[in-house]
Design a protein around this ligand. Structure first.
Ligand code: SF4
Length: 59
């Protein structure tokens, strides 16, 4: 399952992965962390590959 590693995400900017995700599964919570809607996610790995902080993990 795709999730954010909160130790790596600085959660202080608009998450670029919101636009990267092809199915619109990523939103951002009030703290600034990306949230993955697992009912939408197809585990394509685009967010994992494109996060500039390498903060998205698939495990
Ligand atoms: S793995 Fe793909 S579908 Fe799932 S959240 Fe990341 S970019 Fe979106």
């Amino acid at each position: 399952m795709i999730h954010v590693d909160k130790n790596l995400c600085p959660h202080n900017h608009v998450c670029p992965l919101i636009k990267v995700c092809p199915v619109g599964a990523i939103s951002q919570n009030q703290e600034g962390y990306p949230i993955v809607a697992h009912d939408l996610c197809i585990e394509c790995g685009q967010c994992v590959a494109n996060c500039p902080m390498k903060a998205m993990k698939n495990n």
